[in-house]
Design a protein around this ligand. Structure first.
Ligand SMILES: C[S@@+](CC[C@H](N)C(=O)[O-])C[C@H]1O[C@@H](n2cnc3c(N)ncnc32)[C@H](O)[C@@H]1O
Length: 217
């Protein structure tokens, strides 16, 4: 028997997804495609810029759905942004913005993956990248997902982590020039452009989200 829509919706737990992450369904599909691209590439998945764990949990979900058993790393200060650089838009890039505790990211992973969260090998590393990345002996990386908004943060992540990305591995940039990215996060584009000029890698664009990524050759 069909129930009316309002009573059926009242019982749906699916609203948790939108409650615990602001990321869109398109972004989830994009993450799925990124995970699909690295199916045959050895290495871990590393995210820099975790905040409340939205994209980290989606990446975990995609790994589980793809049957890929890899360690998932999440680096963040969990205290928000550091001091921005002159390359950043100072009205958006404010010290301490996007602060959320590590427990919020763990909660999001638990909410989105449910019981399967126990099987996910997640390593959260708290601290500013400038301190944690040089000190962390990370293994080879198959997917590097960068969502760090700021010029110096992108530079630091790329300087320390690009050498660990294996050939065929993917480096994905959450902000570049899609939507209002150029206005909100101009430092991100500057850092990525400098990286592309140095490495001569080819930027590719995801048609779903207009986000850009490159594949290490
Ligand atoms: C846009 S948020 C990440 C959003 C997250 N990926 C999501 O799906 O909701 C950017 C994050 O980068 C972190 N961040 C930026 N620069 C940092 C730095 N130098 N060291 C550590 N964390 C940094 C901030 O603390 C913030 O949590």
């Amino acid at each position: 028997m069909l129930r009316d829509a309002s009573s059926a919706n009242a019982a749906l737990p699916a609203t948790k997804f939108t409650r615990f992450t602001r990321k869109t369904a398109l972004r989830a599909l994009y993450c799925r495609r990124l995970i699909g691209r690295i199916a045959a590439i050895p290495g871990d998945v590393v995210e820099c810029g975790v905040f409340q764990g939205g994209s980290l949990a989606i990446l975990g979900l995609c790994l589980r759905d793809a049957g890929q058993s890899r360690r998932l790393w999440g680096f963040d200060s969990f205290r928000g942004f550091p001091e921005p650089a002159p390359q950043d838009n100072r009205s958006k890039a404010v010290r301490g913005r996007c602060a959320a505790p590590e427990s919020a990211a763990r909660d999001t992973i638990g909410q989105i993956l449910g019981q399967d969260a126990r099987d996910l090998d997640v390593q959260l590393v708290a601290g500013f990248f400038e301190d944690t990345l040089p000190a962390n002996p990370l293994p080879p990386i198959a997917l590097l997902h960068l969502d760090v908004d700021l010029y110096e943060s992108y530079r630091c992540c790329l300087d320390h982590l690009y050498p660990k990305v294996v050939p065929g591995g993917v480096i994905a940039f959450d902000e570049y020039d899609a939507g209002r990215d150029r206005i909100k996060w101009p430092g991100a584009k500057r850092a990525i452009d400098a990286f592309i000029a140095e490495t001569r890698l080819k930027l590719e664009r995801d048609p779903l989200t207009q986000k850009v990524f490159c594949v290490r050759v």
